[in-house]
Write a protein that binds this ligand. Sequence first.
Ligand code: URA
Ligand code: ZN
Length: 392
Amino acid sequence: MAELPSTTGSPMPSFPKVDIHTHVYPESYMTLLRSRSTVPYIYDPPSNAPSRLIILSSDDNPSIPKENRGRPVDSSYYDVNEKLSFMRTHNITTSVISLANPWLDFLSPDEAAFWATKINDDLNALCESQAPHSGTLLNESSLLFAFGALPLSAPSTDIIANEINRMSSLKYIRGAIMGTSGLGKGLDDPGLDPVWAALESTQTLLFLHPHYGLPNDAFGGKETIERYGHVLPLALGFPLETTIAVTRMYLSRVFDRFPRLQILLAHSGGTLPFLAGRIESCIAHERKFVVNGGDVEGPGKSIWDVLKQNILLDAVVYSEVGLKAAVHGAGSVDRVLFGTDHPFFPPLNSKEETWLSVTMNQNAINSAFGEDSESAKAILGGNAARILKLDA
Ligand code: URA
Ligand code: ZN
């Protein structure tokens, strides 16, 4: 790949640097959130104070004034120019954007299909608007691709499967993002089989991302959460939610029934790589499973094979030890992909141009594998380019 021109003065890397975990709330979705007064919603204070994004139920604490609830929301959440500027600052050549949580989970059944079509068409058009036109740029690679959203609250799974089929023919869509609630009963729900089947048959990568966390009681209740802000729900609630969701899929034999399903797990799989051995051991010692004369047919495939064959992990783990666990769990550097989680975790000091949340992940890659090593390049972009067919 040739060097791309950069407006910051520092040249773009001569290899692709692809951000596969980067969110956007399209303008239409912002309007939808502004029209609501229950979670998820955007609150615009009557004063000139910044609007607030209240998407986590732990954020909607009535003892906190609305203008302090949740987090401030600025144009980095919806303006594509902010995304491009962030990419230039961090030498990112390509971003695979996705709608941020809680996606379309909260919609009434009759609205879901409309919004999924709208959001997916909007995302595709946004990517198209930034695509270089033939002959006008040094480099023909597109800057933006997207993971589409699913109408999970639709009245039938046929509607969800139809949208998966439709989005897989949109030029810039490279997969679908989904939370852990599925149709409302979690990801071991057999009712999801038509969704897994549609993802598998269209070879659509599923990006599994947390949103709901753990119940407040797990952290000592609302008062404790309020005392420490987002630290407990985001540092612990999110990764454990992902771990539980994918383990339920595994226990219910989803990967035995849909052996070609490909899932990208947010935040390096939560704690899955670290806990896989414990999951294996608990299954081997569980009397409920048929293998031990029990009454439930347990998973056929080993959790290690699922990690190597069905699961990809992002590299949003912020430490060398976490990244190494991800690579060992995935079985190879070829299944771990760089991401940023932009626009979440902005620098709290607005004068900093480079985001700490990005450099922590970049440093973990460099110290684990060596700057400019083949492994680092694979994680930073080569894997995403190959797996998501970004050249096609
Ligand atoms: N907080 C969120 O609500 N979502 C993210 O993706 C990251 C942080
Ligand atoms: Zn995220």
